[in-house]
Design a protein around this ligand. Sequence first.
Ligand SMILES: NC(=O)c1ccc[n+]([C@@H]2O[C@H](COP(=O)([O-])OP(=O)(O)OC[C@H]3O[C@@H](n4cnc5c(N)ncnc54)[C@H](OP(=O)(O)O)[C@@H]3O)[C@@H](O)[C@H]2O)c1
Length: 330
Amino acid sequence: MAGAPEAMLRVQELLQAAVGAAVARRRVVLLAVAFYLAYATLRLLVRAARFVHTYFIRPDIDPKTFGSWAVVTGATDGMGRALAHQLAQKGLNIMLISRSEPKLRECAAELKERYGVDTRWLAADLCKAGPETYNPIRAALQSIEVGILVNNAGLGPIDGVPEYLEEQPPQFIVDLVTINCLMPTMLTKMVLAGMRERKRGLIINVGSIIANFDAPLVAAYGASKRFLDNLSVSVNAEYEQFGVRVQNLWAGSVATKMPGIKTASLAVPSPATWAAAAMRQLGREDSITPYWVHAVIDGMMRATPTSVLNRNVRAAMQQKRLEAKQRKAA
Ligand SMILES: NC(=O)c1ccc[n+]([C@@H]2O[C@H](COP(=O)([O-])OP(=O)(O)OC[C@H]3O[C@@H](n4cnc5c(N)ncnc54)[C@H](OP(=O)(O)O)[C@@H]3O)[C@@H](O)[C@H]2O)c1
């Protein structure tokens, strides 16, 4: 009966082999986890380093490299006014476009006096499409060498209050699409030939973080800013070969009349703080969130599952709408 010990030996061998294989498998799994953790940490460190470099270290591009004149729409208030100040401070001559003549006169005089630059202004209602608006703007743009065009003027939700699409007045939607989408397209078209000829130029479109997400209760506004995103990257892809750049700036909340926020904070900067941040990113990435806190908020929102984000954004918008209605009724 020599078969029994042999069988025992065989079982023992098999058991040892199985244990050996399990240990080897565990080692492989541990190694894979270690590699993954090292890779994830490295990626995080690279992203953090890139973030710090982008927002705090790399040098600014001199806006004068694009030309001597900057045209800013919506230049008499909020972010446009702050951008006009930043550009004039860097020595660019400024053409201001918005509706109110007294405000235009006052802003142009202020820029001239404070920074010693040339200024021109044009009163135009950018919600009105047609030759009566296009022709004077085209003539004004042709009278100078436009280095930078800032398509900033835009319409947001009425009085900054979110609203269901069915409740928004039809004329408001027409105005919103006209000023947010059509006018930046037309003004861009007007300056492209000159910029192409001079082989330099920068078109800045002031967009919104909201373009990156679903936008319940501000649907038309969100969609208009997504249009602007696509216009920017597409025209940039078309014209960068000719030395003309188009840059899209994703803004988060800024303390201006449009959202009706009076007090600035870390998450809601003043127009001056936002414009200074925008200047640091001028001419860099095709699309960028210029203010670092907005970039962090944008990143956190992107990391949130859409269904969770939508539920929370919708609830916040509905609450804001309700509060505005209650305030109005009181
Ligand atoms: N503030 C924010 O939280 C925020 C966030 C994301 C994106 N944005 C975008 O940033 C841009 C500027 O917003 P803002 O908050 O600085 O606005 P704002 O403070 O309300 O200033 C609007 C400017 O545009 C001019 N304007 C308004 N309607 C016009 C029209 N029909 N034709 C020509 N000019 C007109 C105004 O001057 P007149 O009244 O004299 O015409 C004023 O100079 C907009 O495109 C907006 O969508 C703002």
